[in-house]
Design a protein around this ligand. Sequence first.
Ligand SMILES: Nc1ncnc2c1ncn2[C@@H]1O[C@H](COP(=O)(O)OP(=O)(O)OP(=O)(O)O)[C@@H](O)[C@H]1O
Ligand SMILES: [Mg+2]
Length: 500
Amino acid sequence: MNAQESRPEGRILIVDDEKLTRATLEVQLTDEGFLVHTATNGFEALEQLEAHDIDVVVTDLRMPSMDGLELLQAVHLRWPDTAVVFITAFGTVASAVDAMHGGAADYLTKPLNAEELVIRVRRLIQRRRDLDEIRELRANAARSRSVGDLVYRSSAMAAVVERALSVADADVTVLIEGETGTGKQVFARLIHENSPRSSRPFVTVNCAELNPNLIESELFGHEAGAFTGATRQRRGRFESAFGGTILIDEVDDLPREIQVRLLRFLQDHTFERVGSSKTMRGDVRVLCATKEHLADLVQAGRFRADLYYRIDTVSLKIPPLREHKDDIVPLAAHFARKASQARGAETVAELLPEALQALVAHDWPGNVRELEHAIEHAVTLARGGPIGLGHLPAQLQPKTAPKLVTLHVGAVEPVSYAEVMATCERDLLEWALSRTGGNQVKAAELLQMSRTTLRGRLASVRGTSPAAVSDSRAPRSGEETTASAPAEPVTEDGHADHRD
Ligand SMILES: Nc1ncnc2c1ncn2[C@@H]1O[C@H](COP(=O)(O)OP(=O)(O)OP(=O)(O)O)[C@@H](O)[C@H]1O
Ligand SMILES: [Mg+2]
């Protein structure tokens, strides 16, 4: 196997009755890393297409027997993914335009510019690869599964779902771990709904959202007068969840003194309301969720080890979205459906390939929630039309490098190209010299050019001879200067003054 076959850029078929054109193109394209086949006419071309998976056909328009247009039709019918590029002699552009109407991907005029041909062929091959990728993504989406509110198709998520379902009816405490927006709450509900408690309450309490002073009463309730503001007796969330399931979300934020009370509940199902000495007993299944790595918090002394071991007996680790990218397209399709329905639209907004590609390429620090919001945003912007790249939020837009230089042309009348370029050049050179305190060696380094070039360019923009700018500093003793006098004022420290 030669080097090209191990890393082919793509497979190209050249069709031309002229031997010289065929040979020249074959050499040029092979040099660029393409696998090249040739044919002298349309019939031979079809045989080659039959035998190989050709990405692009580059064909002459006028050939004896079957001409380029007939070949195009045949290719379109049998190999719709194969692009056809026409080569046409100068003066026959009109027929090339016909060919474009007939579905040709591109055309080039003779004499051929090899570089241009390579660029266009590469672009067509990339487009074909993108199409293949999108088709694969769509096929994957079609194979997606759903359980409850969950949509997924990756084996990583399938394993988590399987584990969640297997622990659902075991009535054990489960620790659900995952970054923000990964679906911890969705999994908690899935466990509850697949447990014998599904007809009983599912109560959630988020420890991070509660005032630490009120968490105890929020969880376990209080008696009237238990503390300032507690005017009436109140049931806590544990009591509300009796017989059902409670999700203690962001459990890592639970203050240490409440951690003890939770541990006690997990051990013997007992607690007291704040301000009461009467012990209550109730049957509640506890699920805990956290974004943090609890073991680290235990190490750091921020989370009780005994509670950690009690809740970590069964844990469910939900991977971040960037680790199960297979799920992005089915999830996006699911959210597009949801958002379209929410808008009352009759059809579901279609996601265009360019948008799908951007979605798959993104890293999703906010995970599934970020994806859901991105699609809602896009569906709203697209107003029921197909969703393109432009409808996606800013963080998904391709990053363009900041421009090095911005152009502002103040004139409305014609401007002299030469004058503008000379001004730009002078400004750039002066900028470099002022940045380096007039040191030509450093200025040349800054501009990535040789000192000789810098001198030459300076002389040219200043309209002097290179010698006149050969040394901007005062000549050293004994050094000969070719110029009779320094071309420009010299500052006290011996550097040329560039303040003009
Ligand atoms: N696999 C999934 N299929 C469908 N929707 C999902 C899936 N995973 C998450 N979601 C949706 O993504 C959003 C975020 O999920 P959820 O609230 O469960 O995340 P979380 O891990 O609890 O986040 P946080 O840590 O920020 O509370 C919700 O709207 C949820 O319905
Ligand atoms: Mg949550």
